[in-house]
Write a protein that binds this ligand. Structure first.
Ligand code: F6P
Length: 320
């Protein structure tokens, strides 16, 4: 292939720019021209593209966000939208596409591959909700950011003898909450994958108070409930001073961690290699610290498993 394109789609992550950098530099070293599609599939459907030169992507590895912007384009779910997307690629003479996004974005890549344009997916979402890869790009940074925020929240809770429900991202997946909770010494971790009993949590909090442990941090995955409602319910049952705090978009911004940067580089290189080999309909990822690629249909059919081993280690550690 001589001309390829890259787009970022869905919720952004702090390490999308690093992946763009890797794609553009690797492609340039193979003599390919790279186009950046602006605003994900929306830009592809409406013909918003710009050539990306290696010098334009210099020094963006440490910058959050995405220089080519991201969007969620419902039009791409329609046959008409997909055909328009193929037409844009044909008009620009683009032979292959790299999609950086979550599994919703991968469905667009699969559709384009079936319509004759080889597309390769790089897993870009902070949620870590993609089953075929151990880590998605942005997860490590989001977890590090959230853990540091909780360290700060705790100092205030300690000053006031308060309890705090801290809500972290993860639409349907508790991975962010689990990792943040373990890393920040949370007293309770509530995730959508594990049913929890709020009465039991309240009893436990009251028991802790009897033992002069006034402060509790409850890390709540957004998929497991609403932090304000849970805080109100705990207050009603315990009468204690309890606050809620939604970490929100801070988790999607800021400077990416070294782990994320290197993951972005490695997956970007492999994605370009696949297109160079003429292979589309694949997704790249990491398993046991090895960069892997897999058929996109197979990847999308896998069901994400919750890390019960880490969760049980955490519970055992807290059980004293
Ligand atoms: O990127 C995934 C995610 O961060 C989810 O955890 C969250 O529910 C969602 O994006 C919110 O994104 P937006 O507000 O951009 O739609």
């Amino acid at each position: 292939m001589k001309r390829i394109a890259v787009l970022t789609s869905g919720g952004d992550t702090p390490v999308m720019n690093a992946a763009i950098y890797s794609v553009v530099r690797t492609a340039a070293s193979k003599g390919m021209t790279v186009f950046g599609i602006i605003r994900g599939y929306a830009g592809l459907i409406h013909g918003e593209l710009t050539e990306l030169l290696p010098q334009q992507v210099e020094y963006i590895v440490n910058k959050g966000g995405t220089i080519i912007k991201s969007a969620r384009a419902l039009e791409m779910l329609t046959e008409e939208g997909q055909k328009k997307a193929v037409k844009t690629l044909e008009d620009f003479g683009i032979e292959g596409l790299i999609v950086i996004g979550g599994d919703g974005s991968f469905k667009g890549a699969r559709a384009l591959t079936h319509l004759g344009v080889p597309a390769v997916g790089i897993p870009g979402t902070i949620d870590n909700d993609i089953a075929y890869t151990d880590y998605t790009l942005g997860f490590d940074t989001a977890v590090s950011t959230a853990a540091r925020e909780i360290d700060r929240i705790r100092t205030s809770m300690l000053s006031h003898d308060r309890i705090c429900v801290v809500e972290v991202m993860g639409r349907h997946c508790g991975d962010v909450a689990l990792h943040v909770g373990v890393a920040s010494e949370a007293d309770y971790i509530l995730v959508p994958e594990v049913k929890f009993d709020l009465d039991k949590v309240c009893e436990d909090i009251l028991e802790r108070k009897k033992n002069h442990r006034e402060v509790s941090i409850i890390v709540l995955s957004e998929g497991a409930g609403d932090s304000e409602e849970i805080a109100t319910a705990i207050k009603a049952r315990t009468g204690l001073d309890i606050k809620s705090n939604i970490l929100g978009y801070t988790q999607r911004g800021g400077e990416p961690t070294v782990f994320d940067r290197i993951l972005a580089m490695r997956t970007g290189v492999r994605a370009v290699e696949l297109l160079d080999e003429g292979q589309g309909g694949r997704v790249v990822g990491i398993r046991n610290n090895k960069i892997i690629d897999e058929d996109i249909d197979k990847a999308l059919s896998r069901k994400k498993k919750f890390d019960t081993e880490l969760y049980n280690d955490y519970l055992n550690m807290m059980n004293f």
